[in-house]
Design a protein around this ligand. Sequence first.
Ligand code: ATP
Ligand code: MG
Length: 560
Amino acid sequence: MEEVGTGLLDRLDAMQRVAASAPGGPLLIVAGPGTGKTRTLTHRIAYLCAELNVFPEQCLAITFTRRAAEELRHRLDGLLGPVAEDVTVGTFHSLGLTILRENAEAAGLPADFRIADDADRAAARTEAGDDDDRYTALLRKRDLVDLDELLTLPVALLKADKKLVREYRERWKWIFVDEYQDVDAVQYELLRLLSPADGNLCAIGDPDQAIYSFRGADVGYFLRFSRDFTDARLVRLNRNYRSSAPILAAAVQAIAPSSLVRGRRLDPARLDPEAPLVGRYAATSVADEADFVVRTIDELVGGLSHRSLDSGRIDGRSTSLSFSDIAVLYRTDSQASAILDALARANIPVQKRSHDRLRDRPGVLAIARELRHAGLDGSLAARVRLAGQLLAERFAVPTLDGAGSVRPEDVRTAVDLLTPLARRCGDDLGLFLAQLATGAEVDALDPRAEAVTLLTLHAAKGLEFPVVFLIGAEDGLLPLRWPGSEPDDDAVAEERRLFFVGLTRAQDRLYVSHAARRSRHGAERECRPSPFLDVIDPGLFERLGETEPRRPKDRQLRLI
Ligand code: ATP
Ligand code: MG
């Protein structure tokens, strides 16, 4: 545990300190990528508790994914020690679930209501046809709640009951929301109910990283924060601690035509004169692009070293760059297979982020039911072990007789996945099951795994890697275009923000590649490089492989 108190803010820069120690009242932190948002957020909570006598149980921190919530929790533990457990940390959906469980009766639900799984939804949909009201009535009759209702029902409850609003405002006097640029209308409404207009609401985000409008997110809520909340204080963080100066310069130029932040500034904290330029590779084909990625990874991690189990080591010496430092990012999931194949052929270990939600995995809910029937009231460890065993059975590798075999490593993975959740739910089995059912992403991504990470640009948000390949930087993929249709200006702007998110994941080395031909929509097409590249100063690029394949210069290879 870090020392709380006078030294608490020493690890922040001047503006981060201003944000972390700001007095109560609405606070908007506009912060570009890599400027330390999570660091600032966790230090603010710790500071308020340690210095201003705020009780941890009065704090509610909301994020968008369970992974982000775990990360917040982990950092708070480090700063606050055991009392960090009293801070409520969760996703919007888990917050909605908490409110609904505490008020099930008022919402007309039995205490043990369940969240509808795919089979439940399909059955109700078939019976109800196009009749949405009837659909909801069927779910309700079966004591089921749809995922969207985890937000809409609490909003309806709170709107109808001022006393309830007062109770929650009394409980969570301090509210923190990360990635505020991605809130949608219902989430916003819930926040407005939980926080008075002059409340201690701290919103953090970056409008230039708003990439979820297709899911209903509206960056407008971010932009009008100071109109919605009285006397809102605004703090900007401009210092980027993540990326080398050339990478940052390229990213800032790339976003400039669409930036939603007036006077956007991102100053590099890292000023290494030896920092390599952004590598740019013009591939002849998709296969050539994949070969380029493999070849370069090979060079970076050290030739043949990975073909032994002892990856990341050369001659028994440990290099500081390993496969886990490398990510390959792409616009559409369909681009992954060529890279996956090429990496597999080269024996390079790889992990691909699963977009599945736990609840979408076949059988997970049936698991949940078995656990309920088993009436598990054993120890936490026993419960998690059993849940892990059951999960692993569901995903068992099929054998020839169709029985399926459970691999111990699958049980371990499942247990790892469930432990933090189970710990948080304590003795409340119902909550554990409900949380399991509400999903959130399964994090198949293990940050410690010795493997190259493959991710869509959307899934890469918030993450950072020493080495990033952004592949398929072509017109038609960035911005994405369907045959016969042109994206409108708003769509292009969102695609550009996505490109910006991709570029700013890189810490030390960034490679951007495009292929001259690519199969899309069932036909092979000629491709032009992405127009987003045109606004970047050519002097920031090092053109790779144009005369003959060449290695990055040794001095440019910064092993960290
Ligand atoms: P994004 O918008 O991409 O989510 P972010 O603003 O959340 O970025 P972080 O991931 O919190 O940024 O921080 C980026 C990196 O900078 C991290 O490695 C973090 O440890 C480091 N960092 C942040 N603040 C400081 C600081 N004051 N001193 C040193 N390193 C810092
Ligand atoms: Mg972040």
